[in-house]
Ligand binder design. Structure first.
Ligand code: ATP
Ligand code: MG
Ligand code: MG
Length: 351
């Protein structure tokens, strides 16, 4: 069989590896010390720095194809893998790693992000708040996830009082949205694109709490233009694999929030709720196999994240006949950490 390398050591890699195993592939993980938090499904894991050229070269030599599960893999690491072996290509990482680059790229394709300004200092922030108004959110351009590296700005007073983080940022106007949703697609090596149904995503404290299908009218009316943008993004990047775009549904249509060049938390429901999961189709795409049917197979699906100590006793959730539990096997249940998820499937009961 062939071998698939996965850069990153989190739960997304674990779930990818489970799909890869089903298809007969061997997987090897790669991440720096301390980043292998979700445990591999086998013992084949390389623990080395992202810039360890020797370790990367021998990892790449052992793999037929390499992908990533973590969007902050340094671009140079991805570029160190032979270009005909890494999917998606490093350009997707480069574009999505910097919120400013990403917003400009989206505008270039005709998409609409929230009003934003480049902000590199306290003075810039005050000027941005003057120009775009408040409330808004200051975000670091790089390295944020789960709402980390973000500050709510309620007024220009807040802008004055904030101790400015010492890194490049963007300020975004706060979007009054009806709902949040994501578009998840898979693009094959031949350029074929398939979409999963969009879910309505509910965030609490900047972290995804739940995804719901059906997503409701406010979302379903806006899925078509959102997909059109997502398709342009995937084609422009010659993307191979699963790609996610997050949107705000507003009365003026879909506003682009951000993209993730990878499988996505809001797609975990596809493991049980779709004919082919995002993880399986990602593996199929990067391995050059035909893509699987993305249709939803249940009449309703709900995915809920299990955060921090909620994981204790989570097996009890299985008393619910509709529930499927996923425990990522993380050793430490620190606050705000994604420890697992539970998907509840509602099947049509006919007759
Ligand atoms: P992820 O874990 O999805 O990568 P992240 O840390 O990159 O998250 P964002 O997606 O930028 O964070 O923001 C997290 C959440 O905060 C959003 O899903 C949304 O609920 C809220 N949010 C972010 N930006 C805005 C905005 N401009 N207007 C309104 N709400 C926002
Ligand atoms: Mg993000
Ligand atoms: Mg997000």
């Amino acid at each position: 069989g062939s071998t698939i390398g996965i850069l990153g050591g989190g739960q997304l890699g674990r779930m990818m590896a489970m799909s890869a195993a089903q298809l007969g592939y061997h997987t090897i993980g790669y991440a720096p010390e301390g980043d292998n938090v979700s445990g591999p499904v086998n013992d084949d894991f390389v623990t080395a720095a992202w810039d360890d050229g020797e370790a990367l070269a021998s990892f790449a030599a052992r793999c037929d194809v390499v992908t990533w599960e973590f969007e902050n893999v340094p671009v140079d690491t991805a570029r160190a893998i032979p270009a005909d072996k890494i999917f998606p290509g490093p350009l997707a990482l480069e574009t999505a790693q910097d919120r400013l680059t990403e917003k400009r790229f989206i505008e270039g394709l005709g998409g609409r992000p929230a009003a934003y300004a480049k902000v590199d200092s306290s003075l810039d922030l005050v000027a941005a708040v003057d120009r775009l108004g408040a409330p808004g959110i200051l975000k670091t351009r790089r390295d944020g996830y789960d709402g980390k590296g973000q500050w709510r700005i309620g007024s220009s007073r807040d802008a004055d009082a904030l101790r400015f983080p010492d890194v490049p940022c963007v300020y975004e106007g706060f979007v009054e949205f009806d709902a949040e949703f994501s578009v998840i697609l898979v693009r094959g090596q031949d350029g074929e694109i398939r979409f999963w149904d969009s879910t309505r995503n509910v965030h609490e404290g900047g972290i995804l709490a739940a995804s719901h299908f059906p997503a409701g009218n406010s979302v379903s009316e806006q899925v078509a233009p959102a997909r059109e943008l997502a398709r342009k993004v995937a084609d422009a990047l010659k993307y191979v694999g699963v790609l996610t775009l997050e949107f705000f549904a507003t009365h003026e249509g879909p506003i682009f929030n951000e993209m993730a060049p990878r499988v996505h938390n809001s797609g975990h429901w596809t493991i049980e709720g779709a004919a082919t999961s995002q993880f399986e189709n990602h593996i199929r795409a990067v391995a050059g196999l035909p893509l699987g049917d993305t249709r939803t197979t249940a009449s309703a699906v709900e995915m809920r994240n299990i955060i921090g100590s909620e994981i204790d006793g989570a097996h009890a959730l299985l008393k619910d006949n509709a529930a499927h539990l996923h425990d990522y096997g993380k050793a430490e249940a620190s606050e705000g950490r994604k420890m697992g998820h539970v998907t509840r499937l509602f099947l049509d009961t006919r007759g």
